[in-house]
Design a protein around this ligand. Structure first.
Ligand SMILES: [Zn+2]
Length: 409
């Protein structure tokens, strides 16, 4: 009962809280105080503390049960970025870049009704919507379309679990390669993704940027480089009203921001299922970090937008599982620790294999490889039971049972 009251109180608080990061309504820079920036700030402080003792960051959230708005003043160093020192302000700024990948920023007129703007009036005649092809640009695809893996989500309903997971991990690996080597930014976009398709793990991610049928793609016709992904600053959704930010350092820091963003989003209750939201009162969305493996990826397209954003607000509560995450079977780190570890790998100049091994084990661990979960097949993506436009759902109990099995209860 006490727990219930606490949850109700927290929900009331979060509704009244002025600081929201509405992930799928692009953050207006300098206007909001996004949760991404607070998680990033806590991670920077944890990195700083652990570096004093020469240790890798670990258990950054130990003892905490809530995250409120917070800004760090700590800087850190990445040897492969020039100049090497990156300030907290710079990192906080790029940690929400995937929510506004073309830097629409304060151009409110352009971002209001983004969903309508990304719908083609003629789509009823078979024309593709801008979120169904990369030629529709980054902004539409990031939130509604092919690039939802920017946010640890599936791009459509019924996407296989491993497709989403592969895309998320391939996106992280791609960004880390940019952080490690600025020269990649001048690689030809189409040739690069064409070659990347040969890597089976990266095929689906590369295909989102470069469909097989790409002869007419603007990126190929006009010899875009990989820098295009990071350098757009646009007045509107239309790509002909964009300026190019030709700054290698900005692009590399943005790539680092893209990595920590997708990791942080993977802990949002509305982006995928870590544990079960059925424990929550009346299945109402809450903002909570849970340190359990991802059981199912969600897709924004199938969700109630209002419920989705209710899980992306400050303050964020920390689930008890984050205090017991050292269990060898479920070694999931919390969002702050995972962010700090990414920064640590980058600051140490570690190669991608170590970062990816860590993320595979401690963030995106697949629960279905465990013997007692083997009989449960990996579910395809869906809205998530707490985020359905209609809250009626009959699978609540089976989801709870499955979670209890995972926890060995
Ligand atoms: Zn996001």
């Amino acid at each position: 009962m006490k727990k219930l009251l606490t949850i109700v109180l927290l929900m009331t608080t979060s509704l009244a809280f002025a600081y929201e990061y509405q992930i799928e309504k692009p953050v207006l820079e300098s206007v909001s105080t996004p949760g991404h920036e607070s998680i990033t700030s806590l991670a920077l402080d944890c990195l700083h503390q652990s570096s004093l003792s020469g240790q890798k960051p670990a258990n950054c959230l130990q003892g905490k049960d809530i995250i409120g708005a917070y800004k760090s003043g700590n800087s850190f160093v990445v040897p492969t970025i020039s100049p090497q020192k990156i300030t907290a302000e710079e990192l906080m700024d790029v940690s929400s870049w995937p929510d506004d990948p073309t830097r629409l920023g304060g151009n409110i007129g352009a971002v209001i009704n983004l969903f309508q703007a990304c719908n083609d009036f003629w789509s009823f005649l078979g024309f593709k919507n801008p979120y169904e092809t990369i030629s529709g640009g980054l902004a539409c695809n990031s939130h509604f379309g092919l690039l939802q893996f920017f946010h640890a989500q599936a791009s459509s309903t019924d996407e296989p679990y491993l497709s989403t997971k592969n895309k998320v991990l391939a996106w992280i690996k791609f960004n880390y390669s940019i952080v490690r080597d600025a020269n990649l930014l001048s690689e030809p976009y189409c040739r690069y993704f064409d070659e990347l398709k040969a890597d089976s793990g990266a095929y689906e991610m590369a295909s989102a940027f470069l469909p097989d049928d790409h002869q007419d793609l603007e990126q190929c016709q006009n010899n875009y480089t990989l820098n295009w992904i990071y350098n757009s600053s646009c007045e509107s959704l239309a790509s002909d009203k964009c300026e190019s930010v030709e700054d290698t350092r900005t692009a590399q820091i943005t790539a680092l921001g893209a990595i920590i963003h997708v990791i942080q989003d993977s802990y949002s209750q509305s982006h995928n299922q870590r544990g079960s939201c059925a424990e929550q009162k009346n299945m109402q969305p809450v903002s909570k970090i849970s340190c359990l493996p991802i059981e199912q990826y969600y897709t924004y397209n199938a969700q109630d937008a209002g419920k989705h954003k209710d899980s992306d607000v400050l303050p964020i509560t920390i689930d008890a599982s984050c205090q017991t995450a050292t269990d060898a079977k479920l070694p999931i780190d919390d969002a702050v620790t995972a962010t700090a570890r990414v920064l640590w790998y980058a600051s140490q100049g570690e190669d991608a294999s170590k970062l990816m091994a860590y993320l595979n084990r401690a963030v995106f661990s697949d629960p279905y490889i465990y013997a007692d979960a083997a009989t449960q097949s990996r579910p395809e993506s869906a809205a998530g039971m707490c985020y359905l436009p209609n809250t009626a759902d009959s699978n609540v109990n089976s989801q709870v049972d499955f979670q209890q099995r995972l926890m060995g209860q």
